[in-house]
Design a protein around this ligand. Sequence first.
Ligand code: SF4
Length: 238
Amino acid sequence: MPRFKEEEIVRLSQSMEGMDAEQIVGWAMENFQGRLAIASSFQVEDMVVLDIASRYGKVRVFTIDTGRLPQEIYDLIDAVRERYGIQVEVFFPKPESVEKMVREHGVNLFYKSVKLRQLCCWNRKVEPLKRALEGLDAWITGLRREQWETRSSVRKIEVDKVHGNIIKINPLADWTWEQVWRYVKERGVPYCALYERGYMSIGCLPCTRPVKPGEHPRAGRWWWEQGNKECGIHVGGE
Ligand code: SF4
């Protein structure tokens, strides 16, 4: 059972807005231990959140292996297991859903239309996320407001209405890109090798490319599409 009522979280959200990432992660670790996990796609922000949490004790980390990830992410998962001594909980899409989708629309369906791209994201990411969140009272993400327009109003603590009113904690909501990298360099936090090759946001291999100087950091995600650069995982908070 969630430990906090919705109105309490709304109140907490207002009062915790001025708290820093360490304080918020510490609060989460204290209040939700065992029923709290970091959702990591092994973006550099996720690595910062994991590193902060590791200072408060053992933390659960889950990820979704879409089946289309770059090798560099798998290498990082192994590095994380070693560095932090944790078992990363890996969730996979339902085989029958992926098999049906690929049979009907082809293996590279995402390039054909936005609708088919969203279908692929649904089967490979959104549905497994629902399973990953079952049994949790709270999850932590590496979302930042400056990442994309749809994230500009992200709160540090939100009620996640899409996933059964559990708590969604975004401790880096007000961090800048520069702050993230300063933390990574100062603490020697491992990160995905693709950042050294011009990538600024990393997702599935066929749907991500490096960005050119001056381009928006998320321009490399689904670069053939205009508009919304979201897969559907981060929708419907407060
Ligand atoms: S990012 Fe691309 S390959 Fe990955 S789930 Fe979405 S559409 Fe499919």
